[in-house]
Ligand binder design. Structure first.
Ligand code: H79
Length: 446
């Protein structure tokens, strides 16, 4: 992993090298919102409030949920780690917390899902992460703000003036449970701080409200190897751009940052029955490639339905992406940004002397790549390991030394002006390989 030795990361956090190797994680949003089935923010989008929301708790029964099936499918789709919403903003705990009755073990499910999840994903060899919402709309002491479902309910606000000291104590206690009772947790994903929000009659919350430094200290004392994301408002941890792609590598000076794009399949995180805004398998694959080409991970979300199953569309997309990953995993795992610039409509990922060119559109027969001339020892398509021919300029007083390919030589005569020093001219088959995104592997000279 040559490219990532030089990364920016807090000294007292766990070593993120496994994380940067793995590159592809599965986000799982599951909770009472899965039953409402119209966005995980439904409680506040529709200003439902605690009493109105109770029906989702009373009727919650994910009778087909089998964490081992989730884990097997995650593994088959190529994911290397997962992050489950132990608790989302609605406040419903997916584990048997001793600090509240608002938990999955008190529903028809009757068991501790976090425990089952950790064991099942661990058994499949995946790294295990938990998502934890700093926000809790169910807790009576949580100070009402502009995101809260009761923000327009004067009576509720009068009766619940907010006691963030008490709330924070509860919240820290829940985090302590998660990091004490389930063995090793590899990754803790907090959501989220919004200290700079101002609604006029209320403001957002950040590190002071969460007592983030204290919380961080406790976490590291319980799980010294854990990876944390950057949403505690402390300015450190894994960078987490949400539902957008960066347009450049994420770097701070020369040091790489540790970052992870989180993306949905259809714009919602929780199961959203009537939402048809699905990305195609090709789009998802390109998002993953684009992210790795910029030195990041992709955490791809699914929202299981209220019976605990993955819907058909999710299965279909992950099946196709998983098939691409089965063939092209070596162009993703252990790879990062490349020192070379990719030609138009393409991305480079790189792992040491293996350089991968992901072709987002399939050019006609020839492809000119600058600055790679003289550096390539062999080239092949990744999907079938079939040789790809090329010529390259060795940069020795303008002489083209390694003329290996008649087609390319003929082409070269015609595009002489463009075949400048240190260029590589690749000859592609006319037929595009039948995979979501074709990838050429260049094995670089030592
Ligand atoms: O858990 C997922 C989201 O629910 C959560 N983070 C991911 C991982 C998230 N919390 N806040 N935000 C995302 C940003 C807030 C976006 C908002 Fe909206 C825009 C809040 C109201 C308008 C998104 C769209 C939520 C409701 C409508």
């Amino acid at each position: 992993m040559e490219m990532i030795k030089n990364f920016e990361w807090p000294d007292d956090y766990g070593n993120p090298e496994w994380f940067m190797e793995d590159r592809f994680g599965l986000f799982i949003h599951f909770g009472l919102f899965s039953a409402a089935a119209r966005h995980e923010w439904v409680m506040t989008l529709e200003q439902i409030g605690k009493d109105g929301y109770q029906k989702y708790f009373d009727n919650f029964n994910p009778d087909l949920l089998d964490a081992r099936k989730w884990a097997k499918k995650a593994k088959a789709a190529g994911f290397k780690y997962a992050v489950l919403t132990a608790k989302h903003h609605e406040g419903f705990a997916l584990w048997d917390t001793a600090l509240s009755d608002y938990k999955i073990s008190n529903t028809a499910y009757g068991r501790d899902l976090v425990k089952e999840y950790v064991e099942a994903f661990r058994a499949e060899g995946l790294q295990v992460g938990l998502y934890f919402s700093l926000i809790d709309w169910n807790h009576p002491d949580f100070l009402v703000d502009g995101y809260h479902p009761e923000r327009n309910n004067k009576e509720y606000i009068e009766n619940h003036p907010g006691d963030m000291e008490s709330y924070t104590k509860f919240m820290h206690g829940q985090v302590r449970e998660l990091l004490t009772n389930y063995g090793k947790i590899d990754y803790l994903w907090f959501d989220f701080s919004y200290a700079n929000r101002d609604w006029g009659d209320s403001v957002g919350k950040g590190r002071e409200d969460w007592k983030s430094e204290e919380l961080e200290k406790m976490i590291l004392s319980l799980q010294p190897d854990i990876i944390l994301n950057d949403r505690l408002d402390l300015g450190r941890g894994v960078g987490t751009p949400e539902q957008y792609q960066r347009n450049a590598k994420m770097e701070n000076g020369k040091k790489q940052l540790v970052w992870e794009a989180c993306q949905t399949l259809n714009g919602s995180w929780g199961y959203d029955r009537d939402n048809l805004d699905w990305k195609t398998p090709e789009m998802v694959t390109k998002l993953l490639i684009d992210t790795v080409s910029k030195g990041g991970n992709m955490l791809l979300n699914i929202g299981p339905n209220a019976r605990g199953e993955w819907d058909a569309k999710t299965e279909e997309i992950l099946g196709r992406v998983g098939e691409w990953m089965r063939l092209h995993g070596r162009a993703i795992y252990g790879c990062g940004a490349s020192e070379f610039d990719a030609p138009a409509d393409a991305r480079f990922t790189q792992n040491g002397n293996r350089l991968y060119l992901h072709l987002f559109s399939w050019p006609y027969r020839t492809l000119l790549i600058e600055k790679l001339g003289g550096k390539v020892a062999y080239a092949q398509l990744v999907n079938d390991n079939s040789e790809i021919k090329y010529i390259q300029d060795e940069g020795l007083s303008g002489k083209r030394k390694s003329h290996k390919d008649l087609n390319a030589e003929v082409t070269e005569i015609h595009i002489k002006d463009k075949f400048e020093d240190n260029s590589l001219l690749v000859t592609l088959p006319v037929q595009r390989p039948d995979v979501l995104v074709p990838v050429i592997e260049f094995i670089l000279k030592d």
